[in-house]
Design a protein around this ligand. Structure first.
Ligand code: FA5
Length: 346
């Protein structure tokens, strides 16, 4: 092999080795690109080298030309490999820095949620509106007439003692039940009437695990022609199976309320203890949930409805107690506590 070729080949190999060193030494993709532009530019030694080859005899030129091309291709491949390595490192770094632990609470403000009593109220409203009932509201500060007299509870009637009342100095009171909204519904809308009235009520109670001074009820009333106890039972069963999404054990006892005749107490078997007894059911295994009955004719008459033509049923659901049963809450005081450890569970 002529000496000139050997020396050319050595020069080529040296050039290649130098460029490869610089490729390896590049610390950023920008460095690498600068090296590439410089090493493969037209003025670069490699390309200058191509020009010198023109002076070689043809067979040597072909041989060195081949070698030159192989070196150039090898360097291109080395550049690409190093570039790909930078890209892999950048991706790995990005994946590391952007890794999110999905099991941690989301940052930022925590979303709120509806109070369990509000959730139950909304469900009951949806159910009853789907059955043609209107949802009515009434004042929390009530007249004595609407809270008692118009419900067949005149002054000095012993039934007034059934509900410890917060009286106001002006003779009004904090309503002790949602039943005055029945009266307002009959006065305003007349028969035929299907209404429910959810709302807050107040009693001067000794507070314990199942009694609060402020709690929620849902009143219900249907006035029409020939309403019977069978209608009442149908709506109550529909209500309870909807709320508890299962068969619940209930019992009906005679109950006395001056505004219904006959009157009943519908009790539900305690869903907290399942029957043996606990503080919520006062160790009885049953929780009083739903007083109800057929509307007393005097009540219809006092609100301008002829009891000869119309009759109806009414019920007064303890909404707070129902929420306790539904969510197995064993102390009523939690519901009004505002304690976020409790509320954020719903
Ligand atoms: C009444 O308030 C009647 N107005 C219900 C009624 C309406 C009867 C229509 C007939 C026809 P009672 O005082 O029993 O009834 O209360 C109704 C429900 O409210 C009870 O069954 C109970 O679930 C709930 N309740 C009563 N007192 C409290 C209290 N202190 N804390 C929480 N819930 C209570």
């Amino acid at each position: 092999m002529p000496e000139s070729i050997v020396s050319l080949e050595n020069t080529l190999n040296e050039l290649e080795a130098r460029v490869r060193e610089r490729i390896d030494a590049a610390v950023t993709p920008e460095d690498l690109e600068a090296v590439r532009l410089e090493a493969l530019s037209r003025k670069a030694p490699l390309n200058q080298f191509g020009k010198q080859m023109g002076q070689l005899p043809p067979e040597e030129r072909a041989r060195v030309g081949k070698l030159l091309n192989a070196v150039k291709e090898g360097l291109e491949t080395a550049f690409e490999a190093r570039k790909a390595q930078f890209e892999r490192e950048a991706l790995a770094h990005r994946l590391d820095s952007e890794w999110v632990d999905l099991t941690l609470p989301a940052p930022g403000p925590r979303p709120g949620s509806l109070h369990p009593v509000t959730q139950m109220q909304a469900e009951i409203e949806d159910l009853f509106t789907s059955m043609g009932f209107a949802v009515l509201g009434g004042p929390e500060v009530e007249t004595e007439y609407h809270n008692f007299d118009a419900l067949n509870i005149p002054p000095h009637h012993p039934a007034r003692d059934m509900q410890d009342t917060f009286w106001l100095t002006d003779g009004n009171l904090l309503r002790t039940h949602t039943s005055p909204v029945q009266v307002r519904g009959m006065e305003r809308l007349g028969p035929p009437l299907r209404m429910i009235a959810p709302g807050r009520v107040f009693r001067n109670e000794e507070v314990d695990a199942s009694h609060d001074h402020t709690f929620y009820q849902v009143e219900g009333m249907m006035v029409d022609r020939e309403v019977s106890v069978a209608h009442l039972i149908y709506f109550m069963k529909t209500l309870l199976s909807h709320i508890f999404r299962r068969e619940v054990t209930v019992r009906l006892r005679p109950g006395y309320f001056p505004f219904v005749e006959p009157g009943f107490e519908l009790d539900i078997q305690c869903l907290i203890c399942g029957g043996p007894g606990c503080p919520v059911c006062k160790q009885s295994g049953w929780v009083e949930l739903l007083p109800c009955g057929l509307v007393q004719p005097n009540v219809l008459r006092m609100s301008g409805i002829d009891p000869e033509e119309w009759n109806g049923f009414a019920f007064g659901l303890g909404l707070t107690r129902l929420a306790m049963m539904r969510y197995a809450i064993d102390d009523i005081r939690l519901l009004q506590s505002g304690d976020l450890r409790f509320l954020t569970q719903f």
